[in-house]
Design a protein. Structure first.
Length: 172
């Protein structure tokens, strides 16, 4: 009898593929210098939705004999999101820390502009910018990317799990 791969191994494989596609989209966004591109954000969400659907459905069909309970589909989706979240967070950290910190400078400039639009005094703006700098390190941004990917992956998996679930009723 052939042994099936573990859920974690399968989730890691699917997560790696989704993560690499998300990294490619991030690189395009970084290289064109358009950090607020709605198109890139929508493409990233489409990759996550399509990727998690593909991953959960493939797992169901190839490794679960065509059947999967909702809870198992949800768990597999979240585990896959964890793995692509780790990969994209690692890439984000390396890119911002060692390659190009333009994203941080952009975020700080946007924060300053928003504070100026509110009519804050220069002293208050400087104090707020000092606090903002602690939230714009490569490590903080990578951590938020990881958490964000897991949360978004969970929400997507809630819906995809409902669509993909297929209970085995042969013993009823």
């Amino acid at each position: 009898m052939e042994q099936q791969p573990s859920m974690a191994k399968s989730a890691m494989n699917y997560g790696a593929i989704i993560g690499l596609v998300l990294i490619a989209l991030s690189l395009v966004s970084f290289l064109i210098g358009n950090y607020e591109s709605k198109l890139m954000q929508y493409l990233s969400y489409a990759v996550m939705i399509g990727g998690l659907y593909w991953a959960i459905k493939s797992y169901r069909d190839k490794e679960c004999g065509g059947f999967i309970a909702y809870s198992k589909a949800l768990g597999f989706g979240v585990l896959t999101a964890l793995f692509f979240g780790i990969i994209t967070a690692f890439f984000t950290y390396i890119y911002i820390k060692f390659v190009d910190d333009t994203l941080i400078q952009f975020a700080l400039e946007q924060s300053r502009l928003q504070l100026e639009e509110r009519g804050m005094s220069e002293d208050d703006i400087d104090a707020a910018m000092q606090m903002s700098k602690s939230f714009t390190s490569a490590g903080f941004i990578a951590s938020m990317a990881l958490i964000g990917n897991i949360v978004i992956g969970f929400l997507i998996s809630l819906i995809v799990g409902l669509v993909v679930k297929k209970e085995d009723t042969s013993f009823n």
